[in-house]
Design a protein. Structure first.
Length: 162
């Protein structure tokens, strides 16, 4: 167990320094030593997603949810993976489940808003962006960026105002 904790510590340090490929290898070793470590699965899901390996990321998220059904972070990751894998409705449902599990987590709300925006569901996206702002006003810059993207889309369609 101590060795697994050390591997995870090293892996997190590598992620922080931007060495995601090296971190991926370290977290894979940690998972071999403890295949039921939810934190390791979550980090692997994050790293695989960032590397564009959405199916592998999805597997990590699903396994994490099997082990910890109320893990909001794994539900968020699963939602993002499903969207990337061409299953947007299932992805939206997983993102909404993440919000149900942890209503105060900005990232799930913001990711849902961006997903809805990318799917052209602008009214829903606007509502989600504003809900994200209410959850964490200190991250309004991210909400403002999303709303600016939405206004640009509307202008491109000849529509006004958000």
């Amino acid at each position: 167990m101590m060795e697994t904790d050390n591997l995870k510590r090293i892996g997190r340090s590598l992620v922080t320094s931007g060495r995601h490929g090296d971190a991926l290898a370290i977290f894979e070793k940690a998972l071999q030593r403890d295949p039921e470590d939810v934190q390791t699965l979550d980090m692997l899901g994050f790293l695989y997603y960032g590397a564009g390996s959405f199916e592998r990321a999805r597997s990590c998220c699903e396994r994490s949810i099997e082990l910890a059904p109320t893990n909001h972070y794994a539900h968020k990751g699963l939602g993002l993976c499903l969207v990337k894998l061409g299953q947007p409705e299932e992805g939206i449902a997983a993102l909404k489940r993440s919000i149900e599990l942890e209503p105060g987590y900005f990232d799930s709300r913001h990711d849902l808003a961006v997903t809805l925006l990318e799917l052209g569901r602008l009214d829903e996206a606007r509502d989600c962006f504003e809900a994200a702002r209410r959850v964490d006003p200190t991250r309004s810059f991210a909400v403002d960026r999303g709303l600016a993207r939405m206004r640009k889309l509307l202008r491109g369609r000849g529509l006004e105002g958000v």
